[in-house]
Design a protein. Structure first.
Length: 338
């Protein structure tokens, strides 16, 4: 069901609104049933130059990895792939190739904590086809910016609890050559029995009653691939960036910025996305205001792969979001309040 209560969108009639969908815990299936056309549009754009045989091979490898480690979402992903009914549907659920920039900091009046999030991904259409799923979780509701059928959580806010986002971590240096390191890291994932970072973040939004519990779980739970989590709670002091390898962690408490390079001393890797250092530097200067004009959104934080921009305040139960394509707005501004 699409929710209309307490949702405001900008009056730019040439752009479509971001749908807000009331869901239960099985939100990937519910968003797929409500807006299945959007995932087909995404897969059309993402796979138009990829042979169907290659997509089937990617699906096969993805299935074997999920089944090998008894992934908790395997049955859900399998059902979603059957509904979508085309090559690439399984790989879509575990794809993990993007760059992002985040800020966690007190609100301008110093009363609450806020998260500013810019998600970048090479696949066109992700900004145009984003949906907002309002999920009835076990520890309270949350709103995740997602796509129909996607089983992870990358960006979300839980009113009265916390807001959080996931960034792709730098690629581990194994050999020294970027492409050989990429292959070595993929091989490493095959041998990892832990859950994906996006599935961990989903689990945290489902179960964590507040900031402290979310922070502890993001620190302690092993994951299949390195990741960077940005977390903002209710009080202005409740902000942190958590840098993770599969089993190691470095926590940066207080106001901070996350891009796609490590802050932790001694941790090395290939930075991801457009000018990770430049994006981080620019984001440090952002004032986390709910200004729908997004006056701070400029290059390199805004770049050709930017797909979603979000500002969230869990204490106020408030979210502002907009989809982007080709460095221009692709949706109306969504202003949602609990």
């Amino acid at each position: 069901m699409t929710s209309q209560a307490l949702v405001r969108v900008s009056p730019e009639s040439a752009l479509e609104a971001i749908p807000v969908i009331e869901c239960g815990p099985q939100f990937p299936l519910e968003t797929l049933k409500a807006h299945g056309g959007r995932i087909h549009a995404l897969l059309d754009a993402a796979t138009k130059h990829v042979p169907a045989s290659a997509l089937r091979q990617l699906d096969g490898v993805s299935r074997r990895w999920l089944k090998k480690w008894d992934n908790a979402h395997y049955s859900e992903i399998d059902e979603i792939a059957a509904i979508i009914g085309r090559p690439g549907a399984v790989f879509f659920s575990i794809n993990y190739e993007w760059g992002c920039t985040c800020l966690v900091a007190p609100s301008p009046d110093g009363r609450t904590a806020r998260l500013v999030r810019v998600l970048d991904w090479k696949t066109p259409g992700l900004g145009r086809n984003v949906v907002a799923a309002k999920v009835a979780g076990g520890s309270g509701s949350y709103v995740t910016l997602t796509w129909p059928g996607y089983t992870g959580v990358l960006t979300a806010v839980a009113p009265g609890r916390f807001s959080a986002a996931l960034n792709q971590a730098p690629m581990r240096r194994s050999i020294g050559n970027f492409y050989l390191d990429w292959a070595a890291n993929r091989r490493r994932v095959w041998n990892m029995p832990h859950q994906m970072p996006a599935h961990l973040l989903r689990d945290v939004f489902e179960k964590a009653p507040g900031y402290s519990a979310a922070r502890a779980r993001l620190i302690e739970q092993p994951i299949s691939t390195p990741a960077i989590f940005s977390l903002a709670g209710i009080a202005p002091s409740e902000t942190c960036v958590i840098e993770r390898t599969e089993t190691e962690v470095k926590v940066h408490d207080g106001p901070n910025v996350a891009a796609n390079h490590w802050q932790a001393a001694g941790w090395q890797g290939h930075a991801r996305g457009y000018d990770s250092g430049g994006r981080a530097c620019q984001m440090h200067a952002v004032v986390p205001e709910f200004d729908a004009s997004l006056p701070w959104l400029k290059y390199p934080v805004l770049n050709p792969t930017t797909r979603i921009v979000m500002i969230a305040d869990a204490s106020q139960g408030r979210l502002l979001a907009q989809g982007f394509e080709a460095m221009k707005p692709a949706t109306e501004v969504l202003e949602w309040a609990a």
